[in-house]
Write a protein of this length. Structure first.
Length: 280
């Protein structure tokens, strides 16, 4: 017997689903509310409650070169460089995987897929040993390249999916007109996958921006530490926490990534569409 769309069992199931989604939304929303409330609360605590008053003292305390400006600049250098390297290498690696029939294509793709789920902690001991032997410990460029390398598997896999959506006939027409494979990639394919490259870049930037473990292990000088590592200074050795300053720092630390995501999504939203690129 078929049931009506508006049957009681269907309505009850929908109510349960909406209740679960509301509970999950609250779990994600509460930390954000605490961060906003505690940043302006003169008596900030661990509770997520409206502030008893409004103050900017917490922001004044953390807005110093040693606490915010230098660590954020280090984060931009490390994470922005890692995102740029990941995007460029992902395009160069994914293009032959998408366009050519390679002998070891399937095993390589399986290896890339396996590497996307490999936890970074599983390789940090040999990586640390390699950095020590090569004299690269406490090097920001080397740390940036390792962050890019750890993001490459997902970047290659995602970029290949974007390249698969571009008709090969577009490149064949360019080849007929005398363009080389490099010219067709640079002048035809890359402009079409700019939104996809932006997705890979934003994903890499967001993941590396919040990465605490890698720079904490590979960087030793305080002036080279990114903001993700600098945040531990708000916890002292006796277990007390400066909640107000921690919330203010976290809010300032989060804003650049949110602003970048909103700006790029607004600029590229809906632009990845190849409909009409080929005539019948």
């Amino acid at each position: 017997m078929t049931r009506s769309v508006a049957s009681p069992s269907r309505a009850a199931g929908s109510a349960v689903v909406h209740a679960l989604l509301a509970a999950l939304s609250a779990l994600f929303l509460l930390p954000g509310l605490w961060m906003v409330f505690a940043a302006f609360d003169p008596e900030a605590s661990l509770r997520a409650q409206p502030p008893s008053g409004l103050t900017l003292d917490h922001f004044t305390a953390v807005l110093t070169p040693e606490t915010v400006f230098i660590p954020v600049a280090n984060s931009i250098l490390l994470c922005g460089g890692a995102a740029l390297v990941t995007v460029v290498v992902s395009v160069l690696a994914a293009y032959p995987l998408s366009r050519y029939q390679l002998r070891f294509k399937r095993p390589f793709l399986y290896t890339v897929l396996f590497a996307t789920g490999l936890p970074i902690t599983a390789v940090m001991v040999p990586v640390y040993s390699l950095f020590v032997q090569a004299g690269l410990l406490d090097s920001r460029p080397a740390t940036m390249l390792f962050l890019a390398a750890s993001s490459l598997p997902f970047g290659i896999w995602l970029t290949k999916n974007f390249l698969d959506g571009i008709p090969i006939e577009l490149e064949e027409a360019a080849w007929v007109d005398g363009a080389s494979a490099w010219q067709s990639l640079r002048l035809l394919v890359v402009p079409l996958i700019v939104p996809g490259m932006a997705v890979v870049g934003i994903f890499t930037l967001v993941v590396t921006w919040g990465n605490f473990f890698v720079p904490f292990i590979l960087l030793k000088s305080p002036e080279r530490l990114p903001a993700a590592v600098r945040i531990y200074t708000f916890f002292d050795q006796y277990g007390t926490v400066q909640y107000g300053e921690l919330a203010a720092f976290s809010l300032l630390y989060t804003l650049p990534v949110i602003a970048l995501y909103l700006g790029v999504s607004r600029a590229l939203g809906g632009s990845f569409s190849l409909g009409g690129a080929m005539k019948g």
